[in-house]
Ligand binder design. Structure first.
Ligand SMILES: NC(=O)C1=CN([C@@H]2O[C@H](COP(=O)(O)OP(=O)(O)OC[C@H]3O[C@@H](n4cnc5c(N)ncnc54)[C@H](OP(=O)(O)O)[C@@H]3O)[C@@H](O)[C@H]2O)C=CC1
Ligand SMILES: O=C1O[C@H](COP(=O)(O)O)[C@@H](O)[C@H](O)[C@H]1O
Length: 486
């Protein structure tokens, strides 16, 4: 039986794209699954003038549009709305009054979640005003803050934002969203690592040759050049999603399976990440920018809408991470991400060390590889050696495969549903904590600042390929290759 959760969730940015596409459908799923029953309230706010009824109709229509389902009145009656400009302190008084009214009406015990689904420039202001205008409950079990990305645009801005949040919320009250951490197969990393003694015991430099993390996209910049040209693949995908995946891969066993101990273990790994000097960046990192595709049907980045003609922005990044730790000494973590690549896929390849070939000392065994495919669909593959089906005794690589079934997929929660549920449940395991975010920014800032001082000729890869040649060379010069070739 699902455990009923008692809480009020206030959605700032209640009329926005994210709220309609993801947040209301997620809340509806939690209702259908029985996590939200009687004692919940959803308060929406933005600058738009909407009555309670109009807001309920908007929520109904979002669920219809994005889930093709009719939400019942029994669900919608838990939604209410208050207009407010979040930069105006006086507008918080009516919000506070409605929060208190809903708290009483639905018997919510003062439990409060505030979800910031607004532009990042508002995050600090809202947190400050929530406290100064008295919207945090003093008698409830919890006040929690869910905060969207991006969390800063470099270490300095992230630290400033974190300081602003910390005036109102302690670290354990802040749930920093990274939607990759809500993905089923990212959560499967821990199950595979710590649920199989064979992997638990071999997850270290004795057995692993290298680890590869690929987040590849086929889409280009679309209509987001205003943001993307200031961020690039490095800040858009490496600082957050890639680093958070790496955190699950690189951490030691947590002392217990609690969010506190998981964070302690992950942070020990993050803190051992080597931050590069400019020379080390040049040696270990590659940047790219897409040109047109081979048949000329897709334009290059520089010809995309709103992109400056001389942009030095990166749409592709490949690099090598190194951890100064006992577990990972000498084991490279190769990471790469980019737009307009050959395929949409997110995957992890764990490449095990080759061993002596007992059967034929002239013919080295091939590496065993454990592959975790996160997107576009959950799959696990394990390439191992087995006997070739010939008269002579020889080995050949075979691949054991598992794929998420339709039933698995149907019962897997969407990342946003899971993240809202986990916040309601007070489980911060699948959220980014400040230390991890800070280390990732320090690392990424070092790479960006080295790149900023050197002009690079772009474009340097053809749309529809797996990035510039330098990305392959990064591994080739260490006698390795990307397992996934597109
Ligand atoms: N959309 C998406 O798919 C994703 C979004 N995000 C993040 O989610 C957040 C929201 O994004 P998204 O929904 O796309 O943005 P939208 O621009 O669609 O929505 C912004 C919301 O903020 C409200 N708003 C703007 N200014 C104010 C103000 N001064 N006072 C009160 N409310 C205000 C708007 O309503 P009004 O103008 O009526 O006030 C609107 O409801 C951002 O941080 C974004 O980075 C993250 C991942 C994916
Ligand atoms: O955060 C972001 O992620 C998307 C990719 O997410 P996915 O779940 O579809 O893999 C990326 O396209 C976008 O640029 C970035 O901001």
């Amino acid at each position: 039986m699902p455990k009923e959760i008692t809480t009020l969730v206030t959605f700032f940015g209640a009329t926005g794209d994210l709220a309609k596409r993801k947040l209301y459908p997620s809340v509806y799923n939690l209702y259908k699954k029985g996590f939200l029953v009687e004692h919940f309230g959803i308060l929406g706010t933005s600058r738009a003038e909407l009555s309670t009824k109009q807001f309920q109709v908007m929520v109904h229509d979002s669920i219809k549009e994005f889930m093709n389902e009719e939400a019942p009145q029994d669900f919608l009656k838990h939604f209410d709305y208050q207009r407010a400009d979040i930069t105006t302190p006086e507008d918080y008084a009516p919000l506070k009054a409605l929060i208190e009214e809903m708290d009483e009406k639905f018997a919510l015990k003062g439990n409060r979640i505030f979800y910031m689904s607004v532009a990042p420039r508002f995050f600090g202001t809202v947190a400050k005003l929530l406290k100064s205008e008295g919207l945090l409950s003093e008698n409830g079990e919890f006040n929690r803050l869910m905060i969207e990305k991006p969390f800063g645009s470099d270490y300095e801005t992230a630290e400033k934002l974190n300081n602003e949040l910390s005036h109102a919320f302690s670290e354990d009250q802040v749930y920093r969203i990274d939607h990759y951490l809500g993905k089923e197969m990212v959560q499967n990393i821990a199950a595979l690592r710590f649920g199989n003694p064979m992997f638990t015991k071999s997850w270290n430099r004795d057995s692993i040759d290298n680890i590869q993390v690929t987040l590849s996209e086929t889409l280009g910049v679309e209509d987001r050049a205003g943001y993307y040209d200031t961020a690039g693949a490095l800040r858009d995908m490496i600082q957050n999603h890639t680093m958070q995946i790496v955190g699950w891969l690189a951490m030691d066993e947590p002392a217990t399976w609690t969010d506190r101990d998981i964070r302690i273990a992950k942070n020990a790994a993050f803190n051992s990440l080597k931050i590069y000097t400019p020379d080390e960046v040049a040696e270990n990192f590659v940047r790219g920018q897409y040109g047109p595709n081979a048949i000329g049907t897709q334009v290059g980045y520089l010809d995309e809408k709103d992109v400056p003609a001389d942009s030095q922005n990166n749409t592709f990044v490949a690099g090598k991470l190194q951890f100064d730790s006992y577990r990972w000494q000498g084991v490279p973590f190769y990471i790469r991400t980019g737009k307009r690549l050959a395929a949409k896929t997110t995957r992890i390849d764990i490449v095990f060390k080759k061993d002596y070939n007992l059967f034929d000392s002239n013919q080295p065994l091939s590496n065993d590889v454990l592959t975790i495919i996160i997107d576009p669909e959950g799959r696990i593959e394990y390439k191992i050696a087995a006997k070739a089906t010939t008269a002579e005794f020889k080995t050949r690589p075979i691949t054991l495969k598992w794929k998420a079934s339709d039933e698995d997929k149907a019962q897997t929660p969407e990342p946003y549903e899971r993240m809202i549920h986990d916040t309601m449940d007070g489980n911060g395991s699948n959220f980014a904590d400040w230390n991890g975010v800070a280390v990732a920014w320090k690392f990424v800032d070092a790479v960006q600042s080295a790149w900023d001082s050197v002009h690079q000729d772009f474009p340097n890869y053809v749309s529809g390929t797996m990035g510039p040649a330098a990305s392959d060379e990064l591994l080739e010069r260490e006698d390795r290759e990307w397992i996934y070739k597109g």
